[in-house]
Design a protein around this ligand. Sequence first.
Ligand SMILES: *Cc1c(COP(=O)(O)O)cnc(C)c1O
Length: 477
Amino acid sequence: MGETIFDKNTNLSEVNFIAKPKVPLEDFPVELSRSQLPLPSLGELDVIRHYSNLAKDNLSVDTNFYPLGSCTMKYNPKLNEAVACLDGFCDIHPYQDQDLIQGSLELMYNLQNLLCQITGMEHFTLQPSSGAHGELAGMLMIRKYHDIAGNQKEEVIVPDSAHGTNPATVSMCGYKTIVVESGSDGLIDIEKLRLAVNEKTAAIMLTNPNTLGLFEEDILEIAQIIHDKDGFLYYDGANFNALLGIVKPSLMGFDVIHLNLHKTFSTPHGCGGPGAGVVGVGKRLADFLPSPIVSKRENYYLNYQIKHSIGRLRTFYGSFSVLVRAYAYILRLGRDGLLNVSHNAIINANYIKEKLKNYYNLPFPKRCMHEVVFSCSKQKEKGALALDIAKRLMDYGIHPPTMYFPLIVAEALMVEATETESKYTLDNFIDAMIAIDKEISLDLQILKNAPNNTCTKRVDEVRAARFPDLRWQESGD
Ligand SMILES: *Cc1c(COP(=O)(O)O)cnc(C)c1O
């Protein structure tokens, strides 16, 4: 343990079970020969052990509770992996003739329609690769609409609790972000919103429930204020597991929305793996969708005839295997199953909130939706930061929650259990959080040094990002 695979290099050709290549060795380019490349030489079993042991050092959804707020690190049924791996889906090529991939086009067409039913939007594009990419698609459509209409728009409203990608998207589309402060209840302050909105307002970008996990109750009034100025409501639906089957964004007045299939609809994510930030629009923006979308006459086909299309957003048609997983997930659960997802996500978050509110500060004590935000301000007075508590959770075998976000909560810990966790797991987490709170008075140092039981100890996070050293260090410094 503790070595890289290069350290384990035996320089011996040990037992391997791979057949000898059929190409004569002398036909290989010399620069690709083993003697020319700095590759370690190990037997197959040694390689398997090396990587299996490395994997054991990870905290992952499949091994540990992973309550990372705003990220929805839920369990993704393996059934959907199996479906995505079917030969008919894996072995097609995007340049194949459309007649030969009718099944895959049908899947995309049906998925577009299911997402329309779930959200109440009129059309969907499956192209964007991530939530941020979906935001870019949505805001580019809004921009083009205003440009064609000759509207002099310059600004986009973003609440101060927003996800960082929202203001980033606004800048990328050439607009200016106007921040609106939340009220003391954690919701948008309507009076402040009125003051911020004017003829130059192109849109508002909103998450509902917002990043505090609270439902914006005044959403219809907000929609009215924005629509009165010919602005658009953009819905950041990255975390949609609070609303499935309960509320449609179209009914809240949203004109364009993105969903993260990789958060809500069953694709494992993190580390930048393939995702899908699909985007839905209402009537006003239908002519602006990225092209192509999948349409149907007698057959399914890729439709490039979109009047004011913002154009293509990426190669081919999106992360196809992510779309397959989402389709399988939706069909497997059905309407009642999707509703259950949201009910369970909400009840799990509220259970944690109620059980921990006497130990950790709850800055906004309203009933929450799929996630709950605590402040460790009381713990800070006793010397423990949210960071220390998050790190100490790893010693209890729990992945840390999201920390210091949303920015408007001091010492924030943002907890999202997700719908897939059992009461047993929630109770285990609650017990750990209470135990850690007690430890602050008993043994503060154990928190300050945490994590104590993991292979990597407390790292200098800035340094870790700037000068990554991927070698194992026994001392952990
Ligand atoms: C995750 C998330 C995003 C960004 O999604 P990516 O796929 O990471 O680009 C945007 N908004 C919210 C609220 C999110 O939670």
